[in-house]
Design a protein around this ligand. Sequence first.
Ligand SMILES: Cc1cc2nc3c(=O)[nH]c(=O)nc-3n(C[C@H](O)[C@H](O)[C@H](O)COP(=O)(O)OP(=O)(O)OC[C@H]3O[C@@H](n4cnc5c(N)ncnc54)[C@H](O)[C@@H]3O)c2cc1C
Length: 491
Amino acid sequence: MATRIVAPPKKVLFYSLRILARPLNSVPDQPDGGLQENPIHDRSPSSSTAAPRPSPPIDITDPGRLFSAVPTAKLINSATNLHAVAVGPVVDLGIRVMNSRMIMGTGLTRAAVVGVVRRTFYEQFCGGEDTVEAAATVRRLNEAGLRGMLDYAVEDAEDNPSCDRNLDAFLQTVESTKTLPQGHVTFLIVKISAICPISLLRRVADLLRWQKKDPSFHLPWMQHSFPILSDSTPLYHTAERPQPLTLDEEADLLLAQDRLRRIGSRCEEYNIPLCIDAEYTAVQPAIDFFTYSSAAEHNRHEPIIYGTLQAYLKDARERLVLMSEAARKMGIFLGVKLVRGAYMASEKKLAESLGHESPIHDSLQETHDCYNDCASFMLESIAGGSGAVVLATHNVESGQLAAMKVRDLGISEGNCLLEFAQLYGMAESFSFGLRNAGFRVSKYIPFGPVDKVMPYLLRRAEENRGLLSASALDRQLMRKELWRRLMTSFF
Ligand SMILES: Cc1cc2nc3c(=O)[nH]c(=O)nc-3n(C[C@H](O)[C@H](O)[C@H](O)COP(=O)(O)OP(=O)(O)OC[C@H]3O[C@@H](n4cnc5c(N)ncnc54)[C@H](O)[C@@H]3O)c2cc1C
């Protein structure tokens, strides 16, 4: 939860009071329609004749209880920001500005653009410019009963010097956790594209895919046999047999692996697990290669290295089963962060341009089913003592299903192998509902200079666009809570 306490500027206050003044059960949120009163992911039947069901384990119906730890000024600020970044034309403009050269240039235009992005998207979704500000954010989260996953938000380094600079920043991030009480930070987050040149990642991914097509194709640098691709993984990115890595490329690969080894060892020393993000399919096999080489080294006694599985991919469930079997045979923990996936538009576009079927499930419901299925599988692994999972989602229905499964399996809500996680500035009510139900909950906190976090902000802007966006439930509940507080102060 973004608990930065900032006095709202007058305009913001005026806008916030206008929002508050709307009647509660007819809240036109945007010109094109009214906001639904039902939580967006609640697919329960609306008919009052439906048979009574046991109450769901996570209660997100009482805004007073959910936001009890959030000061009013902060609530106004969050509600205002979330409303602003959900208005279609504002998001479109924001995306155009963030994509434009204005953000890269110098002088007054850049300063003005950065200023606007900072007061809206950045303030809502990022935890600060540096480790000091990020640590302060983690402290504020902790006061609200939540913890933090620290993400120095850089991606796509082009060369070794940039990778080395990013490595230093990651090591410094781990170091910065010393200033915080134990347990405030649950994970360090790393993107492999920040510590291995992106062109090399593409080459390694191509070679791994070609080996899947032709198992006799020898990869001398491949030290483990962890299954990275399954029989249903699409291989269309690699149409021709790639050249083996050159000596220089092999040397660069060793450098990149060494960077990851150094981060992993520092995390192990500080007892903070390292979670590696998933990116796009063109490079994901290479990312998994890095991740599971490192897991084989560090995960013997406890899960230190976690990979990320994107449930929107058609092959997700099959790969999870293969990885789990391999981990069991190797006698290591399989640590997985389970997400739906954030690169849907670009994945579909790429597959189409290459004349292939999209690697993403044909319907959203199939993605939901795959997510819930994989979550259930990982919870069973926890019960069996061989796995650990971060259920990274804003989807309340997935949360309810997982919580019920946790109960059925007799796993304790506070089990340290199970973490729920939401992005900083998003799904606040869900995070508090999970916390109130006794689960361990972290917020994923990207931090870094405004221009560095731009690709991340663009993905968040896309996700929060429109009425049915991820923030719709939060906006509705925050408004209710602000109205309740206003009424309480009058009567
Ligand atoms: C803590 C955390 C860490 C994350 N780390 C990563 C990461 O490493 N890599 C990564 O890629 N993403 C990551 N994400 C983002 C994540 O993948 C999602 O983009 C985001 O969380 C929304 O999914 P949800 O589970 O919250 O579900 P919901 O709120 O239910 O959102 C579902 C969304 O999925 C999309 N979708 C998926 N499949 C389909 C389909 N077949 N048809 C139509 N729409 C579809 C739609 O846009 C839909 O709105 C992370 C998210 C969190 C919370």
